[in-house]
Design a protein around this ligand. Structure first.
Ligand SMILES: [Fe+2]
Ligand SMILES: [Fe+2]
Length: 367
């Protein structure tokens, strides 16, 4: 029997995974595909990941009744990080008659010679590589040819449909109460709801901020959260993402006056599994601003400077001058900050100056 082996965190499984497995099964003539959810360390299970049992169950629900797809708890049971060689060896022992076809993407395959026990892997098992966008097909073909010649590696490369669905984006959507319809099978969505998976992010972020921040800073943060939500609604940004950014933006102040934005972006990725580029950029640039900011970036910058507990000279005027043109408000804030920085005899940040130039030009064009 030709058995495909498809590993991943499947957190949660979505139609992108299913379409990929089905297409490769058909094109490579596999008799079945076994999905293997990877173990995720329990200390990483904040608001970001579902536990192994839930990920396993969601997979079962996703292809219930499909005789070609199966799911294995082999890595979950083993616990800890698994080497692919251990997993394949264990599967081979379970199914000694089968030929195992390990399914992977271009990026992973290009690095395979660096894997643990790569020689054994390459000479014992077969490989099915789905060509991924953004990687060179020529390089992949060259590496595959080279491995075939050098160690007789059985590898075949396939064009695959790449759907723009990502599990991390789905988790965020579900957190925000948005629809996952047509991205995730209905039974999986129902299971998430029933078990309350991927919920409670805002509460977890609030607890995190409350633990780290002084009372005064926390009052500021709460103000930014309220303001960010209001501005998001007013200007048409995503209010959920705005609140996520607001809760997190000042958690790493100790990294430096300008640097704590970048630090926050790194930490939210690491601690909460959030990789949404717009959220990361809004955190990164909330201190300096930059030319051509996204709507979310602007909303966070504005909320940070105008939230109710702010009392610096001129804040009332800035609040009163808020109009439907968010760029106008943004420019006013940038210029206000510049004046303040220069008055204190400090140097003004280069990126912030570029932002001012950008929005001045934009205003001049409008006038
Ligand atoms: Fe900040
Ligand atoms: Fe702030």
């Amino acid at each position: 029997m030709k058995t495909g082996v498809f590993g991943g965190s499947f957190d949660p499984v979505h139609y992108g995974h299913l379409i990929l497995a089905e297409q490769l099964r058909e094109e490579a003539g596999l008799d079945r595909v076994i999905f293997i959810p990877t173990f995720i360390s329990p200390f990483k299970l904040t608001a970001k990941a579902a536990d192994g049992e839930d990920r396993l169950r969601m997979l079962e629900l996703a292809f219930e009744g499909n005789p070609y797809f199966e799911v294995s708890d082999i890595e979950l049971k083993r616990g800890g990080a698994s080497y692919t060689s251990d997993t394949l060896r264990a599967l081979q022992a379970l199914y000694p008659e089968d030929r195992l076809y390990f399914i992977m993407g271009t990026d992973a395959f290009l690095g395979i010679e660096g894997w643990h026990e790569s020689e054994e892997l390459l000479t014992t098992y077969s490989f099915i590589v789905g060509r991924r966008k953004g990687y060179s097909d020529e390089e992949l073909d060259a590496v595959a040819e080279d491995l075939k010649e050098r160690c007789g590696c059985d590898v075949r490369c396939f064009d695959i449909p790449e759907l723009e669905i990502s599990s991390s984006d789905l988790r965020l959507r579900h957190q925000a109460g948005r629809s996952l319809k047509y991205q995730v099978p209905r039974a999986v969505i129902d299971y998430m709801d029933e078990k309350g998976l991927y919920s409670g992010l805002l509460k977890a972020l609030e607890d995190f901020a409350a633990e780290r921040q002084s009372e005064k800073r926390l009052r500021h943060t709460r103000g930014v959260v309220e303001c960010a939500r209001d501005f998001a609604l007013r200007y048409g940004a995503d209010p959920f993402k705005a609140m996520v950014c607001a809760w997190f933006h000042d958690n790493f102040k100790d990294a430096g006056a300008l640097e704590h934005g970048c630090a926050a972006a790194e930490e939210i990725k690491k601690r909460f599994g959030i990789s949404d580029p717009d959220i990361l950029n809004a955190l990164r640039y909330h201190t300096t601003g930059r030319p051509d900011m996204s709507l979310l970036e602007k909303v966070i910058k504005l909320a940070d400077y105008l939230e109710p507990s702010r009392s610096y000279p001129g804040v009332e005027e800035l609040r009163a001058a808020l109009s439907d043109d968010i760029d106008e408000a943004l420019l006013a804030i940038l210029e206000h900050t510049k004046e303040y920085v220069l008055a204190k005899g400090q140097t003004y940040d280069e990126l912030s100056q570029q932002a001012i130039d950008h929005y001045r030009q934009k205003a001049a064009k409008k006038a």
